[in-house]
Design a protein around this ligand. Structure first.
Ligand code: SAM
Length: 221
């Protein structure tokens, strides 16, 4: 829990202060560098993959967008008819997400600033796209249990897979003092995470596009 709170505080500081503008731009249609463009494309692919795990018509479904960021997933869920709670630890990003949401979808969406694992209600699905990537095995497992208790179908989330390339970035990042300020991704090995989660995980697919590498997993409560 101490680890979880410390990581979450670093993530909040990063998204709410240092990187709010960068994130706002990455999640818009504005031009970005070639490297960031690959990240944008990879993220679009991951969002589509995660959404493909849910029924196409979400009228009547309750979904938690856990770590909603600037609200890209929230907007798609609402467009498909879901009733959405969109929560993020960064109030600045929640404000952007709220401002971007189309007015006709707004009645189906409730925004909240705070911890995604707090009690936000009961859901059919929880989607946590790239919002648990900064946490270690014990923290992810705890978060899945807490979210799972309030979820009927599945918690669909992503982690950074333990690939040679990501491990190299990871150990390089740890050599720099900067790593104390910005959140570092923690690469995970599926078997280890699955054991820690009581064997309730399924591997869905991996998205690899330039500098974006992320793996979609599903937790069945
Ligand atoms: C890489 S961004 C992804 C945002 C969004 N899911 C998307 O894919 O566009 C990670 C987000 O997770 C949020 N986050 C991380 N840990 C959180 C926590 N414990 N509770 C709520 N939000 C959290 C961050 O503030 C940030 O907005």
């Amino acid at each position: 829990m101490a680890d979880y709170a410390a990581t979450r505080d670093r993530v909040e500081d990063y998204f709410d202060r240092s990187a709010t503008k960068v994130w706002e731009r990455l999640t818009s249609d504005a031009p970005v560098s070639r490297i960031r463009q690959t990240v944008r494309e990879g993220r679009d692919k991951m969002r589509a993959l995660m959404l493909s795990r849910l029924p196409a018509d979400l009228h009547g479904a309750r979904v938690l967008d856990a770590g909603c960021g600037a609200g890209q997933m929230t907007a798609e869920l609402a467009a498909r008819g879901a009733t959405v709670v969109a929560v993020d630890i960064s109030p600045a990003l929640v404000k952007i997400a709220e401002a971007r949401l189309a007015a006709d979808h707004a009645p189906r969406v409730r925004f909240a600033s705070g911890d995604m694992t707090a009690d936000h209600g009961h859901f059919d699905y929880v989607l946590a796209m790239d919002s648990l990537i900064y946490y270690g095995t014990a923290d992810i497992t705890d978060a899945l249990h807490r979210l799972g208790k309030r979820t009927d179908q599945a918690v669909i989330f992503t982690v950074a897979p333990k690939t040679a390339l990501l491990m190299a970035f990871w150990s390089m990042g740890r050599l720099f003092p900067r790593a104390d300020r910005s959140p570092t991704m923690v690469p995970h090995d599926f078997a280890t995470l699955n054991d820690a989660s009581g064997g309730r995980l399924a591997k869905i697919d991996r998205v690899s596009r330039g500098f974006y590498i992320s793996e979609c997993l599903e937790y069945r409560p």
